[in-house]
Design a protein around this ligand. Structure first.
Ligand SMILES: [Mn+2]
Length: 432
């Protein structure tokens, strides 16, 4: 890391010298209060310590809207600088130990060198993301091919072949980086009734996914990610969890469904979708974000914290009381905050929701459900969702060598000013 400001367990402890005793008092009070209800704080702290969620490379910069983009100061110029920022994030949270790359936005010239650089920062590579939702210079630059009318669902055989080839390229790159999964979200769909056949589009995507699945290394998984609409506004090929499941089943045994929390129509019961996919054995991963209207990509837990709590409760059910080994990633686009602060808040929100969900007395809940006692079931959920676990989450971070109060400590560290001096302003760290 070239920056003069380095955040690690030592520098963070020094910056938080005055915070340590405050945490001690808050933790003692919270632990005593939970003990009265028969809740073991240690188990919660240790489970929160274990959890990690991948940081997406594209969220280290400011996102854009359809109407404009306002870049922040000191945004990363290179993949290495993105990794520097993730290392800083992980130092603060102790819970972002991996990074998820997006190709071609993160096209890598020397995977071996990048892999070594990540290792020096204590980071590893999570699921790779391919991109055929915009024209890709490496496959479509000659102008003969375009994804304008779709990629894996395209009526053009050569366009489909280019899209499959791109995905195989991303797998090859990821294998060199030590990743073990490929996430595919395709924008394919239509804007006009009659524009394409639902069935033929679906069959072509299934066929292409089979070809991509055949190119997976033995220890890899393939994730299909659904989204109901946008950019296609009449129909989308992978529009919902049912289509995603059918495609995963068609693709092969190592295909799984990925749930992006913002990729559902308004009012969809997302926690029930999670439960259904978990039952089928095809739940593979998560993209965390929050939304009020559509695919808003807001900070997870910022507008619907109770939904996040219920989703995590379903995951704990699936994992027998602890978080199942799925691919967890933050997928947000932030226009207003410092990107690192936004990712800190996202990670904290997930850690917090996890701690609350761990409080739920799942056997008492099951007994209330079996007795048709709706009021008691609600009481059990609310007793957990209304608890104060902030000190437990902070203690989990402290034990991981991370920050008790990550936002305050990040601001005190002077990291953004230091990288701005090095990197300047006005860089575009995202690919759109
Ligand atoms: Mn996503």
């Amino acid at each position: 890391m070239s920056s003069s400001v380095r955040l690690n367990a030592e520098t963070i402890a020094a910056l938080e010298a005055d915070t340590q005793s405050l945490l001690g008092e808050a933790l003692a009070a919270a632990t005593a209060l939970l003990a009265i209800q028969g809740i073991d704080s240690e188990r919660i702290i240790e489970e929160v310590r274990r959890f990690s969620v991948a940081a997406p490379s594209w969220a280290l910069g400011t996102g854009a809207t359809r109407f404009g983009r306002f870049p922040g100061a000191g945004e990363p110029r290179t993949i290495e600088e993105k990794l520097d920022d993730v290392a800083t994030l992980n130092a603060l949270t102790g819970a972002n130990r991996t990074v998820s790359l997006h190709v071609p936005w993160d096209e890598v010239d020397d995977p071996h060198a990048l892999s070594q650089y990540a290792e020096t920062l204590g980071l590893a590579f999570d699921a790779m993301n391919s991109n055929t939702f915009q024209d890709n210079p490496s496959t479509t630059d000659d102008g003969a091919l375009t994804y304008k009318f779709g990629s894996l669902a395209s009526a053009s055989e050569s366009v489909r072949a280019a899209a499959v080839e791109h995905n195989l390229h991303v797998i090859e790159l990821g294998a060199q980086l030590g990743s073990n999964a490929l996430s595919i979200w395709i924008a394919d769909g239509t804007n006009h009734p009659g524009q394409a056949s639902f069935r033929r589009q679906f069959d072509r995507v299934a066929d292409c996914l089979r070809q991509i699945h055949a190119g997976l290394p033995d220890d890899w998984l393939l994730f299909t990610e659904h989204k109901p609409y946008e950019p296609a506004f009449y129909s989308t090929v992978v529009s919902d969890w049912g289509s995603s499941l059918l495609l995963a089943e068609a693709a092969g045994p190592r295909a799984r469904c990925l749930v992006d929390l913002g990729h559902h129509l308004p009012g969809t019961n997302v926690e029930q979708v999670v439960s259904r996919l978990a039952m089928t054995g095809r739940l593979g991963g998560f993209h965390f974000n929050d939304s009020k209207y559509g695919d808003d990509d807001l900070t997870v837990g910022s507008t619907r914290p109770f939904q996040l709590f219920l989703v995590i409760l379903e995951l704990l059910e699936h994992g027998g009381g602890s978080m199942p080994a799925l691919a967890y990633m933050i997928d947000q686009s932030n226009n207003l905050k410092d990107p690192i602060e936004d990712l800190v808040q996202a990670t904290d929100a997930i850690q917090h929701a996890l701690a609350l969900a761990l409080i739920v007395d799942r056997s008492a809940l099951m007994a209330a459900q079996e007795a048709d006692d709706a009021a008691l079931a609600s009481e059990i959920l609310h007793a957990a969702a209304r608890a104060d676990v902030r000190a437990l989450v902070a203690e989990a971070r402290r034990r991981n060598g991370a920050a008790i109060d990550p936002i305050t400590t990040f601001r005190r560290s002077g990291y953004r000013a230091a990288v701005t001096a090095e990197r300047g302003s006005g860089h575009v760290a995202t690919g759109l």
